[in-house]
Design a protein around this ligand. Structure first.
Ligand code: DGL
Length: 252
Protein backbone atom coordinates (compact mmCIF):
# COMPACT_ATOMS: atom_id res chain seq x y z
CA UNK A 1 0.00 0.00 0.00
CA UNK A 2 1.50 3.23 -1.10
CA UNK A 3 0.22 6.74 -1.90
CA UNK A 4 3.23 7.89 -3.87
CA UNK A 5 2.41 9.13 -7.38
CA UNK A 6 2.50 7.13 -10.60
CA UNK A 7 4.66 8.87 -13.22
CA UNK A 8 3.29 9.28 -16.76
CA UNK A 9 5.61 10.23 -19.59
CA UNK A 10 4.91 11.45 -23.13
CA UNK A 11 6.58 13.70 -25.67
CA UNK A 12 3.65 16.08 -25.15
CA UNK A 13 0.05 16.13 -23.99
CA UNK A 14 -1.02 13.07 -26.05
CA UNK A 15 -0.49 10.73 -23.11
CA UNK A 16 -3.57 12.33 -21.53
CA UNK A 17 -5.59 9.84 -23.65
CA UNK A 18 -4.03 7.08 -21.52
CA UNK A 19 -4.17 8.85 -18.17
CA UNK A 20 -7.87 9.71 -18.52
CA UNK A 21 -8.65 5.98 -18.83
CA UNK A 22 -6.41 5.11 -15.87
CA UNK A 23 -7.99 7.76 -13.66
CA UNK A 24 -11.39 6.08 -14.21
CA UNK A 25 -9.95 2.73 -13.16
CA UNK A 26 -7.70 3.90 -10.31
CA UNK A 27 -9.30 7.13 -9.15
CA UNK A 28 -7.73 7.11 -5.68
CA UNK A 29 -4.14 7.11 -7.01
CA UNK A 30 -1.97 10.25 -7.34
CA UNK A 31 -0.39 10.99 -10.72
CA UNK A 32 2.57 12.98 -12.00
CA UNK A 33 2.44 13.65 -15.77
CA UNK A 34 5.53 14.84 -17.63
CA UNK A 35 5.00 16.36 -21.09
CA UNK A 36 8.33 16.72 -22.89
CA UNK A 37 7.43 19.44 -25.34
CA UNK A 38 10.96 20.89 -25.31
CA UNK A 39 12.03 17.71 -27.12
CA UNK A 40 9.06 16.60 -29.20
CA UNK A 41 8.32 14.99 -31.54
CA UNK A 42 9.94 11.72 -30.47
CA UNK A 43 8.76 9.94 -33.63
CA UNK A 44 11.60 11.20 -35.82
CA UNK A 45 14.39 10.87 -33.22
CA UNK A 46 17.04 8.14 -33.06
CA UNK A 47 16.75 5.32 -30.52
CA UNK A 48 19.65 6.81 -28.54
CA UNK A 49 18.01 10.24 -28.33
CA UNK A 50 14.68 8.85 -27.12
CA UNK A 51 16.39 6.55 -24.60
CA UNK A 52 18.48 9.43 -23.20
CA UNK A 53 15.42 11.68 -22.76
CA UNK A 54 13.29 8.95 -21.18
CA UNK A 55 16.14 8.11 -18.81
CA UNK A 56 16.35 11.75 -17.67
CA UNK A 57 12.60 11.93 -17.16
CA UNK A 58 12.52 8.70 -15.17
CA UNK A 59 15.26 10.09 -12.92
CA UNK A 60 13.07 13.14 -12.30
CA UNK A 61 10.20 10.80 -11.47
CA UNK A 62 12.39 9.03 -8.95
CA UNK A 63 13.08 12.41 -7.30
CA UNK A 64 9.30 12.87 -7.18
CA UNK A 65 9.06 9.51 -5.37
CA UNK A 66 7.02 7.89 -8.13
CA UNK A 67 6.24 4.27 -7.27
CA UNK A 68 5.81 3.20 -10.92
CA UNK A 69 6.23 4.70 -14.38
CA UNK A 70 3.86 4.47 -17.34
CA UNK A 71 5.32 5.14 -20.77
CA UNK A 72 2.22 6.82 -22.21
CA UNK A 73 3.93 7.20 -25.57
CA UNK A 74 4.18 4.35 -28.09
CA UNK A 75 7.44 5.69 -29.50
CA UNK A 76 9.10 5.88 -26.08
CA UNK A 77 7.82 2.37 -25.31
CA UNK A 78 9.12 0.98 -28.59
CA UNK A 79 12.57 2.47 -28.18
CA UNK A 80 13.25 2.84 -24.46
CA UNK A 81 11.14 0.33 -22.45
CA UNK A 82 13.79 -2.42 -22.65
CA UNK A 83 16.59 -0.10 -21.55
CA UNK A 84 14.59 1.39 -18.67
CA UNK A 85 13.41 -1.99 -17.36
CA UNK A 86 16.95 -3.22 -17.35
CA UNK A 87 18.24 -0.14 -15.52
CA UNK A 88 15.51 0.43 -12.91
CA UNK A 89 14.00 -2.05 -10.51
CA UNK A 90 10.54 -0.52 -10.06
CA UNK A 91 7.54 -1.21 -12.30
CA UNK A 92 7.64 0.30 -15.80
CA UNK A 93 4.45 -0.20 -17.77
CA UNK A 94 4.57 0.50 -21.49
CA UNK A 95 1.82 1.08 -24.05
CA UNK A 96 1.98 -0.54 -27.50
CA UNK A 97 -0.14 -0.27 -30.66
CA UNK A 98 -3.35 -2.27 -30.14
CA UNK A 99 -2.72 -4.74 -32.97
CA UNK A 100 -3.51 -7.72 -30.73
CA UNK A 101 -6.95 -6.18 -30.04
CA UNK A 102 -7.67 -6.29 -33.77
CA UNK A 103 -6.57 -9.94 -33.84
CA UNK A 104 -8.90 -10.70 -30.92
CA UNK A 105 -11.89 -8.61 -31.98
CA UNK A 106 -12.12 -8.11 -35.74
CA UNK A 107 -9.41 -10.10 -37.56
CA UNK A 108 -11.42 -10.37 -40.78
CA UNK A 109 -11.55 -6.62 -41.30
CA UNK A 110 -8.97 -4.67 -43.29
CA UNK A 111 -6.70 -2.84 -40.87
CA UNK A 112 -4.75 0.39 -41.02
CA UNK A 113 -2.09 0.87 -38.35
CA UNK A 114 -1.29 4.55 -37.81
CA UNK A 115 1.81 5.29 -35.71
CA UNK A 116 4.97 7.37 -35.75
CA UNK A 117 7.81 6.39 -38.08
CA UNK A 118 9.86 5.48 -34.99
CA UNK A 119 7.21 3.05 -33.73
CA UNK A 120 6.52 1.42 -37.11
CA UNK A 121 10.23 0.87 -37.76
CA UNK A 122 11.03 -0.42 -34.27
CA UNK A 123 12.00 -3.99 -33.48
CA UNK A 124 9.39 -4.10 -30.71
CA UNK A 125 6.58 -3.28 -33.13
CA UNK A 126 7.90 -5.76 -35.74
CA UNK A 127 7.70 -8.53 -33.14
CA UNK A 128 4.10 -7.58 -32.29
CA UNK A 129 3.16 -7.26 -35.94
CA UNK A 130 4.46 -10.71 -36.93
CA UNK A 131 3.04 -12.34 -33.80
CA UNK A 132 -0.49 -11.31 -34.81
CA UNK A 133 0.24 -11.06 -38.52
CA UNK A 134 -2.69 -10.50 -40.83
CA UNK A 135 -1.98 -9.85 -44.49
CA UNK A 136 -4.97 -7.56 -44.69
CA UNK A 137 -3.03 -4.82 -42.87
CA UNK A 138 -1.44 -1.58 -44.06
CA UNK A 139 1.17 0.22 -41.97
CA UNK A 140 1.17 4.00 -42.10
CA UNK A 141 4.09 5.96 -40.59
CA UNK A 142 2.40 9.31 -39.92
CA UNK A 143 5.39 11.65 -40.10
CA UNK A 144 4.56 15.00 -38.52
CA UNK A 145 1.03 14.11 -37.38
CA UNK A 146 1.70 14.00 -33.60
CA UNK A 147 3.38 17.37 -33.96
CA UNK A 148 0.37 19.09 -35.53
CA UNK A 149 -2.00 17.47 -33.00
CA UNK A 150 0.24 18.81 -30.25
CA UNK A 151 -0.08 22.28 -31.78
CA UNK A 152 -3.85 21.80 -31.88
CA UNK A 153 -4.39 23.36 -35.31
CA UNK A 154 -7.65 21.75 -36.51
CA UNK A 155 -7.37 23.05 -40.08
CA UNK A 156 -3.86 21.65 -40.44
CA UNK A 157 -4.97 18.28 -38.98
CA UNK A 158 -7.87 18.04 -41.43
CA UNK A 159 -5.59 18.90 -44.35
CA UNK A 160 -3.01 16.30 -43.28
CA UNK A 161 -5.62 13.55 -42.96
CA UNK A 162 -7.39 14.44 -46.19
CA UNK A 163 -4.10 14.25 -48.10
CA UNK A 164 -2.61 11.21 -46.41
CA UNK A 165 -5.66 9.00 -45.85
CA UNK A 166 -7.23 9.50 -49.30
CA UNK A 167 -5.81 6.23 -50.66
CA UNK A 168 -7.52 4.21 -47.87
CA UNK A 169 -11.05 5.59 -48.26
CA UNK A 170 -13.53 2.69 -48.55
CA UNK A 171 -10.81 0.09 -47.92
CA UNK A 172 -10.44 0.11 -44.14
CA UNK A 173 -12.56 -1.44 -41.34
CA UNK A 174 -10.14 -1.18 -38.40
CA UNK A 175 -7.85 1.69 -37.47
CA UNK A 176 -5.14 1.13 -34.86
CA UNK A 177 -4.31 4.43 -33.17
CA UNK A 178 -0.67 3.56 -32.47
CA UNK A 179 0.32 6.93 -31.04
CA UNK A 180 -1.22 8.34 -27.88
CA UNK A 181 -1.93 11.65 -29.63
CA UNK A 182 -4.22 10.05 -32.25
CA UNK A 183 -7.30 9.30 -30.08
CA UNK A 184 -7.66 13.10 -29.93
CA UNK A 185 -8.50 13.17 -33.66
CA UNK A 186 -10.90 10.23 -34.01
CA UNK A 187 -13.64 12.49 -35.37
CA UNK A 188 -11.35 13.96 -38.00
CA UNK A 189 -10.19 10.47 -39.07
CA UNK A 190 -13.80 9.27 -39.30
CA UNK A 191 -14.65 12.33 -41.38
CA UNK A 192 -12.23 11.03 -44.04
CA UNK A 193 -12.44 7.22 -43.67
CA UNK A 194 -16.11 6.92 -42.67
CA UNK A 195 -17.42 4.34 -40.21
CA UNK A 196 -14.31 2.51 -38.94
CA UNK A 197 -13.58 0.70 -35.66
CA UNK A 198 -10.85 2.29 -33.57
CA UNK A 199 -8.38 0.37 -31.43
CA UNK A 200 -5.98 1.92 -28.96
CA UNK A 201 -3.97 0.59 -26.04
CA UNK A 202 -5.09 3.01 -23.33
CA UNK A 203 -7.53 0.73 -21.49
CA UNK A 204 -5.19 -2.26 -21.83
CA UNK A 205 -2.24 -0.38 -20.37
CA UNK A 206 -4.37 0.96 -17.50
CA UNK A 207 -5.48 -2.57 -16.61
CA UNK A 208 -1.90 -3.76 -16.87
CA UNK A 209 -0.81 -0.97 -14.49
CA UNK A 210 -3.46 -2.10 -11.98
CA UNK A 211 -2.26 -5.72 -12.19
CA UNK A 212 1.38 -4.66 -11.73
CA UNK A 213 0.60 -2.44 -8.74
CA UNK A 214 -1.47 -5.21 -7.16
CA UNK A 215 1.29 -7.76 -7.68
CA UNK A 216 3.89 -5.46 -6.10
CA UNK A 217 1.57 -4.45 -3.24
CA UNK A 218 1.73 -0.84 -4.39
CA UNK A 219 -1.97 0.01 -4.79
CA UNK A 220 -3.12 3.04 -2.82
CA UNK A 221 -5.51 2.37 0.05
CA UNK A 222 -6.78 5.95 0.04
CA UNK A 223 -10.57 6.42 0.19
CA UNK A 224 -10.47 9.83 -1.51
CA UNK A 225 -9.90 11.02 -5.07
CA UNK A 226 -6.24 11.31 -6.01
CA UNK A 227 -4.43 14.33 -7.47
CA UNK A 228 -2.83 14.97 -10.87
CA UNK A 229 0.29 17.10 -11.20
CA UNK A 230 1.29 18.26 -14.70
CA UNK A 231 4.76 19.45 -15.74
CA UNK A 232 5.82 20.50 -19.23
CA UNK A 233 9.47 20.92 -20.23
CA UNK A 234 9.07 23.91 -22.56
CA UNK A 235 11.41 26.83 -21.80
CA UNK A 236 8.60 29.25 -22.63
CA UNK A 237 6.21 30.02 -19.78
CA UNK A 238 3.24 30.90 -22.00
CA UNK A 239 3.61 27.52 -23.74
CA UNK A 240 3.77 25.69 -20.41
CA UNK A 241 0.61 27.43 -19.21
CA UNK A 242 -1.24 26.73 -22.46
CA UNK A 243 -0.24 23.04 -22.39
CA UNK A 244 -1.36 22.68 -18.80
CA UNK A 245 -4.74 24.24 -19.56
CA UNK A 246 -5.33 21.98 -22.57
CA UNK A 247 -4.14 18.92 -20.64
CA UNK A 248 -6.65 19.43 -17.82
CA UNK A 249 -9.46 20.15 -20.29
CA UNK A 250 -8.70 16.88 -22.08
CA UNK A 251 -8.41 14.94 -18.82
CA UNK A 252 -12.08 15.60 -17.95
N1 DGL B 1 2.47 10.27 -28.15
C1 DGL B 1 3.65 9.79 -28.86
C2 DGL B 1 3.44 8.34 -29.30
O1 DGL B 1 2.56 7.68 -28.75
C3 DGL B 1 3.99 10.82 -29.87
C4 DGL B 1 5.27 10.64 -30.54
C5 DGL B 1 5.99 11.84 -31.03
O2 DGL B 1 6.31 12.73 -30.24
O3 DGL B 1 6.34 11.83 -32.21
O4 DGL B 1 4.12 7.80 -30.13
Amino acid sequence: MNDNPIGYLDSGIGGVTVLRKTVKLLSNENYFFFSDSAHNPYGDKTDEEVIARCDEIVQLMIQKNCKAVVLACNTASAKAAGFLREKYDFPIVAIEPAYKMVHDNNPDGATLVMATKGTIESEKFHKLFYKYYNENTALMPCVGLADIIEKGDRAEIKKYLFENLAEYVGLVDNVVLGCTHYPLIKDEISAVLGDVKFFDGSVGVSKQLKRVLEKNDLLSSSQTLGTVEFVDSSADEATRIAKQKRFFELLK
